[in-house]
Design a protein around this ligand. Structure first.
Ligand code: ATP
Length: 321
């Protein structure tokens, strides 16, 4: 099957006062039509930078030093701003971590959704209003006529995130990226928001990338998982094989650190050590090596590539489990 998104060899660095941060190095993964993938990893592993690079939203200090991201026949990394503006909101949408900051604080939420629809799919005002209300209904916002007139500060965090999802879905995108969409929401609202997200994606036959540090959430909603560590993809597999037989020592540690994945509290293990400083001039081929109990001399030579190790399962480790 032709992938909807094919990311190959993506490397991104940031210029900072204290040196160059090698945030992503040779990141590759694919998203198939109608597939929901999860990108997981600790804080600082490069999940958001990946999403921002795909959406053309990296800040001025960032530089894409290699790679391509083919989406529906176009390389997202080489598109001009005007071309990206055409795609964003229409074929490619993002739901941000903090819905309140993602929304314009001085514009009614209905107007913000209407703006997106009018920009990509212009039509008579009554039709745009109807589509706006339908988008709010789709994410089960009660009393959408009244809520459409509300400003973000008048709505709860959960309601704002529903508006964010409604806005992202309004033009029926082919690919939706959700960057920690449930952070800061209570557990019940988290489940409601995620169910809405999944149902909307599946109903429209769209694909999605869920970025999260929450493995339990990813296992519940995704078809396949991409595990990132310190700017590298270290393992990718269908949910069932990743959770039953992880091959990368980092994935195994990540799983052992999740309360819902262990049977008793005694089995719960923190991941020792921290991510390497990504400003270092000579980072090891395996950026997990300094935290890894299995490390040996075979781990040192670069480059270290993702290698198939089972159906749909690849790992970047010379001494896999
Ligand atoms: N504007 C920037 N300038 C310098 N370094 C940056 C910038 N943005 C991100 N980074 C660095 O890039 C690396 C990856 O960050 P990223 O935000 O993608 O991690 P993440 O996996 O999304 O973490 P979190 O779960 O905390 O959001 C980190 O080392 C981070 O410090």
């Amino acid at each position: 099957m032709q992938p909807l998104l094919e990311v190959d060899d993506l490397s991104v660095s940031f210029r900072t006062r204290s040196g160059v941060v090698h945030a992503l190095e040779h990141v590759s993964f694919r998203v198939q039509p109608r597939e929901m993938i999860g990108i997981v990893g600790e804080s600082g592993s490069g999940k958001s930078v990946t999403a921002f690079a795909l959406m053309g939203l990296l800040d001025a200090a960032a530089r894409v030093t290699s790679g391509r991201a083919m989406f529906a026949g176009q390389d997202l990394l080489t598109l001009k701003t005007a071309e990206l503006d055409e795609l964003r909101g229409r074929d490619l949408s993002i739901v941000f971590q903090n819905p309140r900051t993602a929304l314009n604080p001085i514009r009614a939420v209905g107007t913000q959704i209407a703006d997106v629809i009018a920009r990509h799919d212009p039509g008579p005002a009554t039709q745009i209003r109807e589509r706006t209300l339908a988008a709010l209904r789709e994410v089960r916002i009660p009393d959408p006529e009244r809520r459409a007139r509300a400003f973000p500060y008048e709505l709860s965090g959960g309601m704002c995130q529903r508006v964010g999802i409604a806005m992202a879905l309004a033009c029926r995108p082919k690919l939706l990226i959700a960057d920690e969409p449930t952070t800061g929401l209570d557990v019940t609202t988290q489940a409601v928001v995620m169910d809405l997200f999944r149902d909307a994606v599946k109903a429209e036959g769209a694909s999605a990338i869920l970025i999260t540090h929450d493995l339990a959430l990813a296992s519940e909603y995704c078809d396949r998982i991409v595990v990132m560590h310190a700017g590298h993809v270290v393992e990718t597999a269908p949910v069932s094989s990743l959770f039953s037989a992880p091959r990368h020592p980092y994935t195994a540690k990540l799983l052992a650190s999740v309360p819902s994945a262990v049977e008793s509290i005694d089995q719960l293990q923190p991941i020792e050590g921290s991510l390497p400083d990504l400003r270092r001039l000579h980072l090891p081929a395996c950026r997990f090596a300094e935290r890894c109990e299995r490390r040996s001399a075979v781990c040192d030579p670069a480059p270290l590539t993702l290698t198939p190790c089972g159906p749909g399962h690849s790992v970047a480790c010379r001494l896999p489990l």
